[in-house]
Design a protein around this ligand. Structure first.
Ligand SMILES: Nc1ncnc2c1ncn2[C@@H]1O[C@H](COP(=O)(O)OP(=O)(O)OP(=O)(O)O)[C@@H](O)[C@H]1O
Ligand SMILES: [Mg+2]
Length: 262
């Protein structure tokens, strides 16, 4: 079973959208998929599943951790509570092929553990300097956020190495990319290429900004469902192939890439 964690301490980058689309693409391909929703505040992924079930649309199974043990500390080394590990083990025993964990934008212990247990980490970012700084600014730089995602990833890598676990893949997903090339888009791409070498991630995949993806939260419909207009639009077709490309990437055997973390 592959565990994919969608994370990043920057709100609104597309974590839930990507988790949702990926899960639907995978069930449509006949995989057994479970979602784990760690965003106890908005519960967006859970609502997505509820909407799909109400409309009798094929959906991944779904788990949500209800009991709260909120970790409000703001340092980058969360306590390891071990709450998720039994869930992951059970999903594996139940024969799931894929477990997709959607996280919230905070440095909670559960979110740290979701990263620790992942074979693949997906971090969406938009083509914006705010996302770039919010996710990848190095520690100590003036742009570094107080709760530093990059530092948490380093901690996760250190902890996995110490525990003798295999290396993970970390992909940064460029999301909401505009169809029109722009100067700021090119600048961000160049900077992200440098950051990728420094921080040890692979910026591999792009998802266009598509109005259709915004409807996910309305009725739980995705580009993979029968189109309401009767015929698939070009945008829906392209949207499907973008998501399938990501799924293909996840299917790849784990362990390809490792940070040159100190
Ligand atoms: N590729 C896309 N095309 C169009 N709209 C998108 C795309 N990706 C995300 N959005 C929209 O951007 C907004 C934020 O997306 P989403 O809720 O998935 O982000 P998030 O990272 O899960 O946010 P949060 O940090 O609040 O959990 C939503 O309105 C969503 O519909
Ligand atoms: Mg979300």
């Amino acid at each position: 079973m592959q565990v994919v964690t969608v994370g990043g301490f920057k709100g609104g980058t597309g974590k839930t959208t990507i988790a949702a689309l990926l899960g639907v693409a995978a069930v449509m391909d006949g995989l057994r998929v479970a979602y784990l929703d760690l965003d106890r505040n908005t519960r967006n992924l859970s609502s997505f599943v509820t909407l799909r079930r109400a409309s009798r649309l094929l959906s991944p199974d779904h788990v949500m951790l209800m009991d709260m043990e909120e970790d409000v500390r703001t340092d980058a080394r969360p306590r390891h509570t071990g709450r998720l590990e039994p869930l992951v083990r059970m999903a594996r025993m139940d024969g799931y092929d894929l477990l997709i964990i959607d996280t919230s934008s905070g440095n909670l212990s559960d979110v740290y553990e979701a990263h620790l247990l992942a074979g693949v980490i997906l971090t969406p970012m938009n083509e914006s300097p705010a996302d770039m700084h919010g996710l990848f600014a190095p520690l100590g730089s003036p742009a570094a956020p107080r709760i530093n995602y990059r530092e948490m990833i380093d901690t996760v890598r250190f902890d996995r190495r110490r525990a003798g676990l295999s290396e993970q893949r970390w992909h940064v997903v460029m999301n909401r990319v505009s169809a029109l090339p722009s100067k700021i888009g090119n600048t961000i791409n160049d900077r992200v290429a440098v950051l990728a070498r420094e921080a040890g991630f692979e910026a591999v995949w792009r998802l266009r900004d598509r109005v259709i993806h915004r409807a996910l939260a309305l009725e739980g419909r995705s580009v993979f469902d029968a189109p309401s207009e009767g015929k698939l639009s070009m945008s829906e077709l392209s949207g499907r192939s973008e998501v399938r490309a990501l799924l293909a990437l996840i299917d790849r055997a784990p362990v390809m890439h490792m940070a040159r973390a100190a």
